[in-house]
Design a protein around this ligand. Structure first.
Ligand code: AMP
Length: 217
C-alpha cells in the first residue's frame, strides 16, 4: 500500500527542507505544490501564466486549478509507493479532495505532522531566505549560510530571493495561512493523524522529531 504524509505548518516552518529529507529516508516522492507552480512559471506554461499573479501576491491559487494539478502529479508512476506532501492541502476543500484522491490511488494518509513556529520567527526566516535556482536548496542569510556567498553548496548555482519571500508578500502569506490553512490542524487532529513538532529547533532536531512519529505509526 502506498504511504502518504502531509506536512503542515506556516510558510517558513521548514516544510520544504524536512519533506526533502523525510522523503529520501522513506524512499517515496517529495511533492511540493509550490515547486510545481514555480517550475511551470519558469517554463512559462499555461498553468504558470495562470498562477503567477496569485503567487506574487502571496494569495492561494484557486482550488479548481490546484486540486487537479496535484491529482495528476500523484497519479504518475514515480508516486506509486507514496509521497510526502509539502504545501498541499492548504484549504479544507483541498483536504477533502486529497482524501478522495488517495482512496482512488489505493493509498492512505499515515500522519499529518504539524511543524509549529511562532509568527515573529517566520518573518525573520522568510525575509532572509535564498533559494538555489537549479536544485531548490534553501539557505538563510543568518542561520544557514552557503559556503560561498550567493552560491549553492551542491552545484555552485546562483541563489535568488523568491518573489514571494520579499517582505511585502511575506506578511500576506502568513495572514492567508492563518485564515485558511490553519483550519487543517483541527481537521487532521479530529482524524487522529496530527502530530505536533517544535519547528523552532535545528533542522536535525526537527528531522529527529519527524522520525519519532514514523515509529509511532
Ligand atoms: P509554497 O512554496 O508552498 O510556499 O507556495 C508558494 C505559493 O504557491 C503560495 O503562496 C501559493 O500562491 C501557491 N500555492 C502552493 N501550494 C498551494 C496550494 N496547495 N493551494 C493554493 N496555492 C498554492
Amino acid at each position: 500500500m502506498s504511504i502518504y504524509i502531509v506536512l503542515l505548518g506556516p510558510p517558513g516552518a521548514g516544510k520544504g527542507t524536512q519533506a526533502k529529507m523525510l522523503s529520501e529516508k522513506m524512499g517515496i516522492m517529495h511533492i511540493s505544490s509550490g515547486d510545481i507552480f514555480r517550475e511551470n512559471l519558469k517554463s512559462e506554461t499555461e498553468l504558470g501564466l495562470l498562477t503567477t499573479e496569485y503567487m506574487n501576491r502571496g494569495e492561494l491559487v484557486p482550488d479548481d486549478i490546484t486540486i487537479p494539478m496535484v491529482h495528476d502529479r500523484l497519479s504518475k508512476p514515480d508516486c506509486k509507493k507514496g509521497a510526502v506532501l509539502d504545501g498541499f492541502p492548504r484549504t479544507p476543500a483541498q483536504a477533502e479532495a486529497l482524501g478522495q484522491i488517495l482512496e482512488k490511488l489505493g493509498g492512505a494518509l499515515m500522519s499529518a505532522p504539524y511543524i509549529e513556529v511562532p509568527a515573529e520567527v517566520l518573518i525573520d526566516r522568510l525575509g532572509g531566505r535564498w533559494t538555489c535556482r537549479a536544485c531548490g536548496t534553501i539557505y538563510h542569510e543568518k542561520h544557514n549560510t552557503p559556503n560561498v556567498n550567493g552560491c549553492c553548496d551542491f552545484d555552485g548555482t546562483e541563489l535568488y530571493q523568491r518573489e514571494d519571500d520579499k517582505p511585502e508578500t511575506v506578511e500576506r502569506r502568513i495572514c492567508v495561512y492563518l485564515e485558511q490553512t490553519s483550519l487543517l490542524i483541527e481537521y487532521y487532529r479530529e482524524q487522529g493523524l496530527l502530530y505536533e513538532v517544535d519547528g523552532t529547533k535545528t533542522i536535525e532536531e526537527v528531522a529527529g522529531q519527524l522520525e519519532e512519529i514514523k515509529k509511532k505509526r
